[in-house]
Design a protein around this ligand. Structure first.
Ligand code: ADP
Ligand code: MG
Length: 393
């Protein structure tokens, strides 16, 4: 964290020659369970992680907005009144600014559109400890850090849920990535040692205490560092299958289909669509079961649900990869209570729920399994459920 705070401050000074008005940060997230359920109006159970993205921000004397990131070579500068010409990005095309800049600029655009904010221009320097593109939602973290900063500096006074909607609008309409609301809500509503049980239809959010450390457990992230080129196309295809399944069943979204309805569903759709539907329907049920088991028995008892989620993502939704399967299998073989891929799939990260004492041994086992399969070494680190956005300075 200190790393990103220092890096954002240094980049801000390099960009402007003066000190920022403040530093704001927002976390990445891990989804404990509930994958590809968010855009089906379903349930998810993510938590925020200690890794954060920091925005160092200062008000300007004019009406320009300039963004820089340690992740990018060049700063990008546009007039505030140009934002409405730059966004929304026409679906299927690339944003008129470099893609990374569409995240913070899109947040500024969406915030102005939602609130009529008339605040002055800003300089924004961004640095992150969240691995980018690893399924840990560096995108929600950059949106959340930028939104928190502008919300304060422009005095728009929106709450966390409203800012999550701003982030989602930026991602959907400025970047052009058709994602659900889970990542932004997980980042904006994160709390220490707590998961967020979110109904993606109503945005009703409940805290679910996790008690991971108290149970002598740890959650190990296994970032495969592989992102497959077809991930965006694959994501769109899965969404389209879900929409087709819902329309064939005559419901607004797959959220409205229960496990008992599946035998009927099988009769009215092709096999591939049915398996996509079955994943979403059973995954929604697994989220509900996980919340109940956490509340009644605690974190030690949710392993089987994580394992079943991975199998469904691998076999029915078909978005796992050889690397993710290797990570999950090696973690389970070395004694993890449960493990699953997390995030959108086609690469990215897996998580393993594991005895805190066994983290080193499991990490070695996963690393060895990757080497034996000829995969490049994964990046392994434990995460603890952490707090949401804050002002750091
Ligand atoms: P994930 O959210 O899983 O990390 P995404 O593809 O959703 O992956 O988001 C990653 C993209 O978000 C990056 O390619 C980049 O465009 C943008 N991004 C994330 N973090 C930063 C950052 N610190 N600086 C600039 N852009 C970032
Ligand atoms: Mg993302």
């Amino acid at each position: 964290m200190t790393g990103a705070l220092d890096a954002a401050s240094a980049l801000f000074r390099e960009l402007t020659g003066y000190e920022p008005d403040g530093l704001w940060s927002a976390p990445g997230r891990v989804n404990l369970i509930g994958e590809h359920t968010d855009y089906n109006d379903g349930f998810v159970l993510p938590f925020a992680i200690p890794q954060r993205t920091v925005a160092a921000v200062g008000l300007r004397d004019d009406d320009r907005i300039r963004v820089a990131s340690t992740f990018a070579d060049e700063p990008v500068s546009v007039g505030l009144d140009e934002l409405d010409r730059v966004f929304p990005t026409t679906p299927g095309t690339h944003p008129a600014v470099p893609e990374w800049a569409a995240y913070p600029l899109g947040v500024a655009w969406a915030l102005r559109a939602a609130t009529g904010a008339t605040g002055r221009g800003v300089d924004i320097a961004i640095a992150s400890d969240v691995p980018v593109g690893a399924g840990l939602s560096s995108s929600a973290a950059i949106e959340g850090a930028t939104a928190s900063a502008l919300n304060e500096l422009w005095r728009t006074d929106l709450d966390g849920t409203a800012l999550a909607r701003i982030g989602r609008r930026a991602e959907n309409e400025a970047v052009g990535a058709p994602t659900g609301i889970m990542d932004q809500m997980a980042s904006m509503r994160g709390e220490r040692d707590t998961a967020i049980f979110l109904d993606c239809r109503t945005l009703h959010a409940e805290r679910v205490p996790l008690g991971i450390a108290d149970a002598g457990l740890a959650i190990l992230v296994i970032d495969t560092r592989v992102t497959h080129a077809h991930s965006t196309g694959g994501y769109r295809e899965r969404r389209a299958s879900c929409e087709l399944g819902a329309s064939l069943l005559g419901v607004p979204a797959l959220r409205d289909v229960s496990v008992q309805d599946l035998s009927r569903a099988q009769q009215v759709m092709d096999d591939v669509t049915f398996r996509r539907v079955r994943h979403v329907v059973t995954e929604n049920q697994r989220v509900l079961d996980t919340v109940r088991v956490l509340r009644e028995q605690g974190a030690k008892a949710i392993g089987e649900l994580l394992i079943a989620s991975h199998a469904s993502l691998r076999d029915d939704f078909e978005i796992s990869t050889a690397e993710l399967d290797t990570a999950v299998d090696a973690a389970l073989a070395s004694g993890a209570l449960g493990a699953r891929m997390t995030g959108g799939g086609f690469g990215g990260a897996a998580i393993a729920l594991i005895d805190a004492d066994a983290v080193a041994e499991a990490s070695d086992a996963v690393t060895a399994a990757f080497a034996a399969s000829g995969f490049s070494a994964p990046h392994l680190f434990p995460v603890t459920p952490a707090a949401g956005p804050r002002r750091d300075a």
